[in-house]
Design a protein around this ligand. Structure first.
Ligand code: GDP
Ligand code: CA
Length: 325
């Protein structure tokens, strides 16, 4: 079986770990990762979601923090702060910097982000084919209201520096309308047996991937069932700060609100099926009314056991949709 997953960073990676532990021996997993979180700092090209997937699946992630390298030190970051460098708010560990140096060097040599990602994965052996959504430059920018004044800032600045503590007025995925899917992306969706959306941020992880021209069309056209997992349980994001983004965009803070935002494939959206938490089981009729096959199962990925169960439940719902067709 070919399983294709559209992923952000932390939520996506955890889910994919469960998928890899529970998949059949001949099943192959392709991960299409969001690159709209990418940022240039200090001349370095940083790809947070690609790195989170690569480090997590390659067992190099700091599990407690959820991002960045194990056994990390922060000398470079501290030195930058000592110079009064403003961008020192971004979490750049010393080991992590080596990854950004390799990526930046290769890009400057004229390689594509896909090629560099493949090279980095030779070291990390993530057990999946990891593809950036695009090789073109795309950046999510957030329109905020700062003391009554409108400002547009990079998503990373909103998220890390401002800790999502300012009202969101707009999310702009800059450059996405001119971006092309990276090599292999459209084929991985159209040729998949299952397409899965892990509980990744709907606005800044799944949103930008689906906004790359050609990707939404590939999802619409694939013969594979498309099944997603709600990142919201009981009216709030499990980890991270998706709540503030959803609220800013006027999307209802619920599993159903996110599903309605993605939409059913039968009416031009992304999904055939949607998993909600058992505590949100009362939302199943509303989801079915949207045209989705919905199930209520435990969605908290608290340990390997619960994560594996969720991956199995997701694949099972996809199979049941496939069988019904
Ligand atoms: P990011 O790029 O690092 O922000 O990671 P993702 O976009 O892949 O995932 C972030 C989303 O994952 C957040 O909106 C969380 O609500 C969701 N999430 C994190 N952990 C869990 C979990 O255990 N269960 C579920 N259902 N969602 C989760
Ligand atoms: Ca991210």
């Amino acid at each position: 079986m070919q399983i294709t997953v559209l992923s952000g960073g932390v939520g996506g990676s955890r889910f994919i770990e469960g998928l890899l532990r529970t998949k059949g021996p001949d099943d192959e997993v392709t991960v299409i990762a969001n690159t709209a979180d990418d940022i240039s700092l200090f001349g370095l090209h940083i790809s947070p979601d690609l790195d989170t997937v690569m480090y997590t699946l390659g067992d190099g992630i700091d599990r407690e923090r959820g991002w960045g390298r194990t056994d990390e030190s922060w000398n470079a970051k501290d030195e930058l702060a000592t110079y009064g460098i403003e961008q020192a708010w971004f979490g750049l560990g010393d080991r992590d910097i080596a990854t950004h140096l390799v990526r930046t060097m290769r890009l400057q040599e004229g390689r594509t982000l896909s090629e560099v990602t493949a090279e980095l994965c030779e070291r990390w052996q993530p057990g999946v084919r990891l593809l950036p959504m695009t090789d073109d430059r795309v950046e999510t920018h957030i329109g905020i209201d700062r003391d009554g004044r409108r400002e547009i800032i990079h998503f990373q600045e909103y998220w890390i520096r401002l800790r999502a503590q300012v009202p969101v007025e707009e999310v702009v995925v800059q450059g996405v309308q001119d971006a092309r899917p990276a090599p292999g992306v459209v084929e991985a969706i159209r040729g998949a047996d299952l397409v899965l959306l892990p509980p990744s941020n709907p606005i800044v992880s799944i949103g930008p991937i689906a906004a790359v021209p050609g990707i939404r069309e590939a999802i619409a056209a694939t013969p594979a069932p498309v099944v997603g997992v709600s990142p919201l349980i009981g009216g709030g994001a499990v980890r991270g700060m998706a709540d503030q983004l959803l609220t800013g965009l006027g999307i209802e803070l619920s599993a159903t609100g996110v599903a309605a935002h993605h939409g059913a494939r039968s009416s031009g959206g992304l999904l055939d099926g949607w998993l909600v938490d058992t505590t949100d089981a009362d939302q199943l009729p509303a989801l079915e009314a949207l045209g989705l096959a919905a199930r209520a199962v435990p969605l908290w990925m608290t340990d390997a056991g619960t994560t594996d169960r969720l991956a199995e439940d997701t694949v099972q719902l996809a199979h049941s949709i496939g069988a019904r067709r």
